[in-house]
Design a protein around this ligand. Structure first.
Ligand code: OAD
Length: 257
């Protein structure tokens, strides 16, 4: 795929790059997005039944079963060519730094080799006590890929206080982890290029990062097959998918030096 000239120019002159990713980054790995029609998780499930503190209070076993199944399905997916391109960008194409700030709760950036990924919305693979906040290091068995998803599953119990163990993700109505947010703002403020990949730009405060980057002087580029709430903030939009556009960009940078 041909890289649009303005995008290539912006990437070529950038020393400090930040790639801000959303669910579309992992779509070509087979991880469903949230808001795409038909295939998005929020097209099939009601977010307020699953991803809120109220849902957890009401029916923890229902919420746990859903996250447990999503955690299990991670074992069956692999990073795609887009994740790998981001991980090799600095080395292959000579940027000083390529930071990753993601809203995704999967670990595909890490598995592709990106060091030091900032997870704004937590991680499917971390768990903590819903009462005393202690990290849960105990066993969480991964469901077999072929197994039917149980409707309800009792969460593990915290060894410190006996509270129920909850997924280490951010739910609607909860604050982002402060350290992750502060790191995200810091890297975006010092970036020359903010590349926004595969997010609808609807969930705040994450959706504010491109605005902060632009305000601090970065060039903002959007990679997304569709128009989003971030498109207007971007200096350049590239209507392509992550696993196609990102390898094309990094290869073009490596070729042209
Ligand atoms: P969304 O599902 O809202 O948006 C996914 C975006 O990815 C859309 O703009 C699609 O057009 C785009 N997309 C789809 N396939 C793509 C591909 N192959 N390559 C590039 N882009 C593609 O997902 P997010 O913006 O990540 O929050 O959602 C934000 C937050 O809402 C999530 O982190 C989650 C959710 O509720 C929490 O769980 C707290």
């Amino acid at each position: 795929m041909e890289v649009p000239g303005p995008v290539l120019d912006a990437a070529r002159s950038a020393h400090r790059v930040v790639v801000v990713t959303g669910a579309g980054m992992s779509a070509e790995s087979g991880v469903p997005t949230f808001r795409d029609a038909q295939t998005g998780l929020w097209a099939r499930y009601a977010a307020e039944d699953l991803a809120t503190p109220e849902a957890w209070e009401r029916d923890p076993a229902f919420v746990w079963a859903w996250y447990f199944s999503r955690f299990g399905s991670l074992a069956a997916v692999e990073p795609n060519a887009g994740h790998r391109a981001v991980a090799t960008w600095a080395e292959v194409a000579g940027a000083e730094s390529v930071a990753v700030v993601t809203q995704n709760v999967d670990d595909l950036h890490e598995r592709a080799g990106s060091p030091d990924v900032v997870h704004l919305h937590g991680s499917l693979a971390s768990f903590r006590c819903s009462r005393c906040d202690t990290a849960y290091e105990g066993r969480v068995d991964v469901p077999d890929a072929g197994d039917a998803q149980p409707e309800r599953l009792d969460p593990p119990v915290c060894v410190e206080c006996g509270g129920l163990v909850r997924p280490g993700v951010v739910w609607f109505g909860e604050l982002l982890p402060l350290d992750a947010w502060e790191r995200a703002v810091a890297v975006v403020e010092s970036a020359d290029l903010v590349l926004v990949v595969g997010t609808s730009g609807l969930v705040h405060p994450a959706a504010g990062l491109p605005v902060i980057g632009r305000g601090a002087g970065a060039t903002v580029v959007e990679v997304n097959p569709r128009e989003t709430d971030t498109s207007d903030v971007a200096h350049h939009v590239w209507r392509a998918t992550a696993a196609v556009a990102l390898p094309a960009l990094v290869q073009a940078l490596a070729r042209t030096g």
